[in-house]
Design a protein around this ligand. Structure first.
Ligand SMILES: *Cc1c(COP(=O)(O)O)cnc(C)c1O
Length: 522
């Protein structure tokens, strides 16, 4: 793309996508067309004035830069506007409903942000002497205490930095426990409906992954699981509520069978939002479970902030849990960074991170927990389930709900594109939702349902917001069932139309090349 006197040309040779041919500038109302910063470059321009550096002889040798640094030359207002325009192209939970199933995109209360910015929490350093950060350590200990109570477990590792990182933490503790009893087991069983991180984690921890089939009702096939258990199985990873949005009612029996076979139970707790305050995973025989603070406890995620995935452990696994941990000793909070008594962390597998975890997220999550209280957290789960069932029942006459007949769902409603005509599919419905101003739902996951659409409204949406969303989906679904070919063209109102998403994922262009270079490379 090149600059001409009057503005940007309305199409971009970079993407080959037509932007907006119907305005002179390429802008769409106040949604301004934005090129890459390199394409705006006015060589030689600069937003800052530096004094000429004194001449010194260079000692960089062969490391000396021998060509221009190639930063775009723009003034400060040009640069500020560029990034402000880009920021307006984000879709965010603060803009509208974000129905991504399995992601729990709930509102992030501003009170949490206020607390996280208190200088006593925001401005401390992980290497500060512990006497100077007693308040922060107390906060970590208090949050850990809540997580242990809410899950009915024995101990907690606060340091893992995301759900997937927590899965790895749990499996490493399980592996250490098995090795400590001289038991080398090689297989981890994972249900077909599991999130992709589960098999990836098991493989990363050195295990062979085998699938357990699902029943027609979207639950783990208990008989198939029992039949597969044996002396080579180290652990079973189960998500509960599962990724079909359903509670696994056989969980106690599953745990019993797994333990009798000498293996351990890992629970993927990403969906804890649906049961917090109602069910304690510890009562279901679970040995380790991660909690996504960025899902259940409302800390920002999806580009808005880092994750945090504390892991709770059963008594049997506690000696193997990672360091460090915070311990209250009288009036003092100690940060334990070395192996201690046998039954505590005496056989720890090591560390997950250099320091203590995501302090900013701990502050936000504890602020969320304290502002809700125990009764408020129970209501979070109840309202999340109520909202999902409202969506399920409001759409099941226009969208196929594969498990809708078998009763209520938990926190998310699962649909499929069965019954769409004219070659239309889940993707077309999702793209048409963009035109209606909604971020699409999770698509094509879980894999056990063909053309899956997984909708998780969360408890923070009002009935009015849900009704508007339901109205939009009903409209698009009816067009899809009538085979309306115009859906194939959606989105038509977005700054970009349909992109080649496969190409973008397989061959991402991460480094800017001048158009001549890009052409030469082809
Ligand atoms: C989100 C999620 C994960 C992974 O959590 P991250 O924090 O994104 O690493 C794992 N399992 C399920 C079911 C999830 O929804």
């Amino acid at each position: 793309m090149s600059i001409n006197q009057s503005g940007w040309r309305p199409e971009s040779p970079q993407t080959g996508v037509e932007a907006s041919a119907d305005t002179f500038t390429g802008n769409r109302a106040l949604m301004l067309e934005e090129p890459l910063i390199f394409e705006m470059d006015e060589r030689g321009g600069t937003g800052v004035d530096f004094a000429e550096a004194p001449k010194v002889s260079s000692r960089l040798g062969s490391l000396e830069r021998n060509r221009d640094i190639d930063l775009p030359g723009l003034s400060e207002p040009q640069t500020v506007r560029h990034y402000t325009r880009l920021s307006r192209q984000n879709y965010a939970i603060d803009l509208g409903l974000f129905p991504l199933g399995s992601c729990t995109m709930k509102h992030n209360p501003r009170l949490n942000e206020r607390m996280a910015r208190l200088p006593g929490f925001a401005d401390i350093h992980p290497l500060q002497p512990v006497d100077t950060v007693q308040g922060a350590l107390k906060l970590i200990a208090d949050l850990g205490e809540w997580l242990i109570k809410l899950t009915g477990m024995h101990s907690v590792a606060m340091s893992p930095k995301a759900g997937a990182h927590g899965e790895l933490c749990g499996l490493l503790a399980i592996r250490s426990a098995l090795e400590a009893r001289g038991d080398k087991r090689e297989v981890v069983l994972v249900p077909e409906s599991a999130h992709g991180t589960n098999p990836a984690t098991a493989a990363f921890a050195g295990y062979r992954v085998e699938n357990i089939p699902a029943t027609e009702r979207g639950r783990v096939d208990l008989a198939a699981l029992k039949a597969r258990l044996g002396p080579d199985v180290a652990a079973v990873m189960i998500t509960n509520p599962n990724t079909c949005g359903l509670f696994e009612p056989d969980m106690i029996e599953i745990s019993k069978a797994v333990h009798e076979a000498g293996a351990l139970v890992y629970c993927d707790g990403a969906n804890f939002n649906a049961i917090v305050g109602r069910v304690r995973p510890g009562d279901l025989g679970i040995d380790a479970m991660h909690i996504n603070l960025h899902k259940t406890f409302s800390t920002p995620h999806g580009g808005g902030g880092p994750g945090s995935g504390p892991v709770v452990f059963s008594e049997a696994l506690t000696p193997f849990a990672p360091l460090p941990f915070v311990e209250k000793q009288g009036d003092h909070y100690a940060l334990i960074e070395e192996e201690t008594a046998e039954e505590h962390h005496g056989r720890t597998f090591g560390r997950m991170t250099a320091f203590h975890g995501q302090m900013g997220m701990f502050t936000r999550a504890l602020s969320y927990i304290l502002s809700h209280g125990a009764d408020g957290l129970r209501q979070v789960a109840e309202d999340a389930v109520l909202n999902a069932n409202y969506v399920l029942r409001a759409l099941e006459d226009v969208l196929d709900a594969p498990f809708g007949k078998s009763g209520p769902c938990m926190h998310e409603a699962l649909f499929s594109d069965k019954g769409f005509e004219g070659g239309l599919s889940t993707l077309d419905l999702a793209k048409a939702l963009i035109d209606e101003g909604f971020h699409p739902m999770t698509m094509y996951f879980p894999l056990v349902v063909h053309g899956a659409m997984l909708i998780e409204p969360t408890e923070t949406e009002s009935k009015a917001a849900l009704d508007q969303f339901i109205g939009a989906i009903r409209n698009v679904a009816e067009r899809a069932k009538a085979g309306d070919p115009s859906l194939k063209a959606a989105p038509v109102h977005a700054p970009r139309r349909r992109l080649d998403e496969t190409l973008a994922a397989r061959k991402p262009v991460l480094v800017y090349k001048e158009p001549e270079q890009a052409q030469a490379a082809e």
